[in-house]
Write a protein that binds this ligand. Structure first.
Ligand code: CO
Length: 292
């Protein structure tokens, strides 16, 4: 004989099982996960091969996930648009992904340090996370140098990608961007770990500390007569071509040559080196794992 309480229990269970179907109010969207890679961008066509490399590595490491791109620099996007090349801003790329039915997106910053560019991107990603009728979740992967262990890993990546032809007594000078933002501290931080491995691998920056003069002082003290100049930026773009390796009097090459140092510029961005790309993609994996 049925008892009323059993029937009530059954009805309740059936109702609870059916609940998730009602939770979405008007049509559940199927989950669709994607990746958005965000670089500052570059107007130098040859420098874009570095970004193509990271694109290929990301697709190989995360098969089955669509990889899209955005450039965070408006100036770069405008210059490229004038050449007929269209690149999305991070906000535009996320809006498109939202329209294209993506529900979960991991955004990966291809910046070097968590400075102004990164924090701008963080705000954009946050704004898109949980918009009504928008995406369920947007997470953001950290730049190359973020957590303390990144700085040591990056020092090892630098050592793994030194010019093979370098001889004893020759210096390698990394040109970082540098910034007035407190995150500039990562550059002297990297110098600290590099100095413990190889005192002739030096970090300088265009806009922060250490400066070119800091680098020149070490070169003088250690009587260095030959140095490789290597960009410590994702791409060997405008700063590498002009500020580092250009022929103007104030380029690093010209200043150091006047100091009596023979300079060998290496026009290759960190995004072209697997050792650095692995760090970025580890951060992307962490961002993917943070998606609900
Ligand atoms: Co700049």
């Amino acid at each position: 004989m049925f008892k009323a309480s059993h029937v009530c229990g059954l009805v309740l269970v059936v109702f609870l099982l059916a609940l998730p179907a009602f939770a979405g109010h008007g049509g559940e969207r199927p989950a669709k996960k994607g990746i958005l890679l965000v670089a500052f961008g570059t107007t130098v066509p040859e420098a874009r091969t570095a970004l193509d490399h990271i694109d290929a590595r990301a697709k190989a490491r995360f098969p089955g996930l669509e990889v899209r791109w955005a450039y965070s620099s408006r100036i770069v996007r405008e210059k490229l648009a004038a050449q007929g090349l269209s690149f999305d801003s991070p906000a535009m790329a996320l809006a498109r992904m939202m329209d294209d039915g993506f529900t979960h997106v991991a955004v990966q910053s291809l910046q070097t340090i968590p400075g102004e560019e990164f924090h701008g991107l963080q705000k954009t990603a946050q704004a898109f996370s949980g918009l009504p009728k928008g995406m369920d979740a947007v997470t953001l992967g950290l730049p190359l140098l973020a957590e303390p262990e990144d700085v040591e890993a990056c020092a090892r990546a630098v050592m793994a990608s030194l010019p093979a032809e370098r001889k004893a007594g020759e210096a390698v000078i990394l040109m970082g961007h540098g910034t007035h933002h407190p995150a500039n501290i990562y550059y002297p931080g990297l110098q600290y770990f590099l100095g413990r491995i190889d005192p002739l691998v030096l970090v300088g920056t265009v806009e922060g500390a250490p400066s070119l003069d800091d680098v020149r002082r070490v070169l003088r003290e250690r009587k260095v007569s030959r140095a490789y100049l290597v960009p410590f930026m994702a791409v060997a773009g405008d700063h590498a071509m002009n500020d580092m390796a250009g022929d103007e009097n104030d380029s690093w090459k010209s200043v150091l040559t006047a100091d009596g140092v023979t300079c060998v510029p290496v026009l290759r961005g960190t995004a072209e080196n697997q050792a650095f790309v692995d760090i970025w993609l580890d951060h992307l994996q962490a961002a993917l794992e943070r998606l609900p």
